[in-house]
Design a protein around this ligand. Structure first.
Ligand SMILES: *Cc1c(COP(=O)(O)O)cnc(C)c1O
Length: 390
């Protein structure tokens, strides 16, 4: 048979992530490629989920999501950021942020519409833009003298025009770790107002910022609430990435667009987990802060180790990731190096190039995850140091 996959999805067939995972397993490598923690979330959260399942919360929850979770999400957003949402019309529970992002793009982007986003870009964005028949217009984030990635406002202004329907803003940003400042978001807000563009945010790392960097939801900027669909989820916040429970928040019309599509994609998300999360959002706030502090220390630990192994490590202010420049080690192709590393060093990482349209911008960068136990990070550093010892 000829390739049965629809043409618009063919560029998304075999991902480097699958290849890297396979290689890591074959070579018994320390896997710092995949962005999930190797320790569990808070005990009370996990016990509550088990309890609700045993207690019979096992049928379809309401289409919008459990009211307990919608109310908890709205109250949390109001308390932390002063953003008020009606839990009955402006908050909607999805199967992870991934489903919210997909339904948001499918429900709001017409074929031929342009979607501006920042590269390196989280891999699901390009795929769902393609599903919608949209056209992606990446703006490249580049490291400044301090190693922090940011964008050139003129490049953003040049990318946005009459065909632009949406801008996707991921802050804190995977994979660079950049937490967008109020000033940077102000540039985005001005461009959106000028061209009447919808903003879709991905804030799944909203709690995981370091060195006191403040997470600013784009919807809090003047004039932005009415054009912004804000998306977050529980996986990264509570170290339960398998739970796939997220939410979209925004003006009722935008949320309705997401819901109209999503009722035919996943319909609802797991009700028992929703009940457990509703309580944990307030009850486990201290756990989340402790986790954030632990991750900051892990970032420092891995960054120092990578530096001593010879990498040039960029500045990460949040998320699970650091970007490392491989050129000081004498390499210039991250895909080649990432393919070789499991065999030569026994460590797996992700070549950042696959997250860029501009291949040259990402060629020399490799992403490492630090959301792992200290002994795992230390083992990875030992192996890399030995592999690159002069
Ligand atoms: C992990 C991740 C997601 C996926 O979130 P889920 O809630 O698991 O669907 C979305 N966006 C970014 C940037 C991520 O890193």
């Amino acid at each position: 048979m000829d390739e049965p996959l629809v043409e618009r999805m063919r560029p998304f067939g075999e991902t480097i992530f699958a290849e890297m995972t396979r290689l890591a397993v074959e070579t018994d490598s320390v896997n710092l490629g995949q962005g999930f923690p190797d320790t569990d979330g808070p005990r009370s959260l996990i016990d509550a989920a088990a309890h609700h399942i045993r207690d019979g919360v096992n049928q379809y929850p309401p289409g919008l999501g459990r009211p307990e979770l919608r109310r908890a999400v709205a109250a949390d957003r109001s308390r932390r950021f002063g953003l008020d949402h009606d839990p009955d019309t402006e908050v909607y529970i999805t199967v992870g942020a991934t489903a919210g992002i997909a339904a948001g793009v499918l429900g709001l982007v017409e074929p031929g519409d342009e979607v501006v986003l920042f590269e390196p870009m989280y891999d699901s964005y390009a795929a769902v833009i393609a599903m919608a028949g949209g056209v992606r217009r990446p703006v490249t984030l580049r490291p400044g003298p301090d190693g922090r990635f940011t964008f050139d406002p003129d490049e953003l202004r040049a990318a946005v025009g009459p065909r632009t329907r949406m801008i996707i803003v991921n802050t804190p940003h995977n994979p660079t770790g950049t937490v967008f400042t109020r000033a940077e978001l102000g540039v985005i807000a001005d461009v959106c107002a000028e061209h009447d563009v919808i903003v879709l945010t991905d804030e799944v790392y909203e709690h995981l910022t370091f060195d006191g960097a403040e997470h600013v939801p784009p919807a809090t900027l003047p004039g932005m609430r009415e054009r912004t669909l804000s998306i977050s989820s529980v996986g990264k916040t509570f170290s339960v990435t398998a739970w796939k429970t997220g939410w979209v928040m925004g003006p009722a019309a935008l949320v309705r667009a997401v819901r109209t599509v999503n009722q035919f994609l996943t319909f609802t998300a797991n009700g028992a987990l929703q009940l457990a999360i509703a309580d944990a959002i307030t009850a486990e706030a201290d756990w989340v802060r402790a986790q954030r502090d632990a991750l900051q220390a892990k970032r420092d630990r891995l960054a120092a180790g990578l530096r001593s192994a010879g990498f040039d490590v960029q500045r990460s202010q949040g998320t699970y990731f650091v970007m490392a420049d491989i050129r000081p080690l004498g390499f210039d192709d991250g895909i080649e190096l990432a393919r070789a590393l499991p065999r030569t060093a026994g460590v797996a990482a992700v070549p950042a190039q696959v997250l860029y349209d501009d291949q040259d911008a990402g060629r020399h960068l490799v992403r490492f995850a630090f959301c792992k136990q200290d002994k795992v990070l230390d083992e990875a550093v030992d192996r890399l140091t030995r592999a690159f010892a002069p």
